[in-house]
Design a protein around this ligand. Structure first.
Ligand SMILES: Cc1cc2nc3c(=O)[nH]c(=O)nc-3n(C[C@H](O)[C@H](O)[C@H](O)COP(=O)(O)O)c2cc1C
Length: 109
């Protein structure tokens, strides 16, 4: 499966849309919010959230708030790991995180 940037609109029908995103200044990126707002509920079965952050644990609630507005479900499962920020968590996500992320994604195959 090919990973695409959120500058690419979702034009095909998908059962699960894996959406990677992170925290910046205690919020998700406005571009992520606009991307979710642009989604068509008849094309996207559900959103699967994944990402990294340095201090906060999960962007799930923030992404869900946007997904709710367009009537798209969020899978209960998500992948989260630590991400590097200044002196915190140097080198994260690391090889191990990538392995865990791949194992997470395989559950959906
Ligand atoms: C400008 C900036 C602001 C950030 N603010 C937060 C924050 O409020 N909470 C947090 O947990 N992590 C914060 N982080 C850390 C990022 O979430 C973390 O580095 C993440 O791994 C970045 O993922 P990316 O490399 O895919 O953008 C911030 C990082 C940057 C660069």
């Amino acid at each position: 499966m090919e990973a695409l940037p959120i500058t690419e609109p979702v034009t095909e029908k998908v059962d699960a849309l894996f959406l990677g995103n992170s925290y910046y200044a205690f919020n998700i990126d406005p571009e992520v919010r606009r991307f979710v707002a642009s989604l068509d509920k008849d094309k996207v079965g559900k959103i699967v959230n994944f990402g990294s952050a340095a201090m906060l644990n999960s962007t799930y609630k923030k992404v869900k708030a946007e997904a709710d507005k367009v009537g798209i479900a969020m899978d209960d499962k998500e992948f989260h790991c630590k991400g590097e920020f200044k002196l915190l968590h140097k080198g994260r996500p690391d090889e191990n995180d990538l392995k865990d992320a791949a194992a997470f994604a395989r559950q959906f195959m």
